[in-house]
Design a protein around this ligand. Structure first.
Ligand code: CP
Ligand code: NVA
Length: 307
């Protein structure tokens, strides 16, 4: 049995198998051919943080695969009143076929997975957002960016960490520009550099957005204030001055470059209104692709049971 906790747990071939499944299932879905790959299966979806895309895409996705999703808010679960995570994991995983969790600490997700009898999927932690990066990879392929040079501008957060792992495993060039003091976690960078030395990926870390974007095929960013950091909002807005992806910055990328954003987007902060609307046809396909990618990942995880 395999869990989906971080991209670094998988080989390039395994991630490509999931992407291939996503492409196949997306095509079937578009033809309204809902193949029941996960007939009668139940997905438990535990949310300790807010969500629009992750919740809707999993709930719709598991239904279209022939199963059913249970939305479990931590404030309604006994977990929110102090029931230990390991007990929650043993109980829920004795009744459902797969679990998705969105939480704060990666170590909590890992603890849940250790006690779970069924595959556990990372629906976002403070450290990583691997589902989003699989989606972004599919979206890049669909827009013809198969060996992209990517610039990530902004916070060295969960999205940045997952971009770093994706590039390191898949073997493409990623330039990360963060403000000073908001760099990626050093352990993630070291692990990624190790992976990159095998895949041929080029990982460049710096603090200059212009230098990062110059000549890129894909430009991306994320909120400056992640869930759980609301108290730091004012300071962060000051510290991230000069890191907004606006038309001037985009003009340094290749003329056919695309812009990606995991959403939700905060216009006037990490991205300008103009850029978000100019690339809306990409960004909202990216959002829709959460549905297709996650179906591919769930079907892949199901196929690994008992191995
Ligand atoms: N991109 C993303 O994970 O969106 P939600 O927070 O709405 O799930
Ligand atoms: N970095 C953001 C991503 C939201 C999808 C957060 O963690 O809030």
């Amino acid at each position: 049995m395999r869990h989906f906790l971080t991209l670094a747990d998988f080989s390039k071939d395994e991630l490509l198998e999931m992407i291939d499944l996503a492409i196949k299932i997306k095509k079937e879905t578009k033809e309204r051919n809902f193949v029941p790959y996960l007939e009668k299966q139940t997905l438990g979806m535990i949310f300790e943080k807010s969500s629009t895309r992750t919740r809707v895409s999993f709930e719709v996705g598991i239904y279209q695969l022939g199963g059913v999703g249970l939305f479990l808010s931590s404030s309604d679960l006994q977990l929110g009143r102090g029931e230990p995570l390991k007990d929650t994991a043993r109980v829920i995983s004795s009744m459902v076929d797969m679990v998705m969790i969105r939480t704060y600490k990666q170590s909590d997700l890992e603890e849940f997975a250790r006690y779970s009898k069924v595959p556990v999927i990372n629906g976002l932690t403070d450290s990583y957002h691997p589902l989003q990066l699989m989606t972004d990879y599919l979206t890049m392929i669909e827009f013809g960016k198969t060996n992209p040079r990517v610039a990530y501008i902004g916070d060295g957060n969960n999205m940045a960490h997952s971009w770093v792992y994706l590039a390191a495993i898949m073997g493409f060039e990623l330039r990360v520009a963060t403000p000073k003091g908001y760099e990626c976690d050093e352990a993630v960078v070291q692990k990624a550099l190790e992976l990159a030395s095998k895949s041929g990926a080029k990982l460049i870390f710096g603090n200059d957005p212009k230098e990062a974007v110059r000549g890129c095929d894909v430009v991306t960013t994320d909120t400056w204030v992640s869930m759980g950091q609301e108290d730091e909002k004012e300071k962060r807005i000051k510290d991230f001055k000069g890191f907004m992806v606006d038309s001037n910055l985009m003009s340094l990328a290749k003329s056919d470059a695309i812009f990606l954003h995991c959403l939700p987007a905060y216009r006037g902060y990490e991205v300008s209104e103009e850029v978000l609307e100019k690339y809306a046809d990409v960004v909202f396909i990216e959002a829709e692709n959460r549905l297709h990618t996650q179906k591919g990942i769930m079907v892949w995880l199901d196929s690994k049971r008992g191995e």
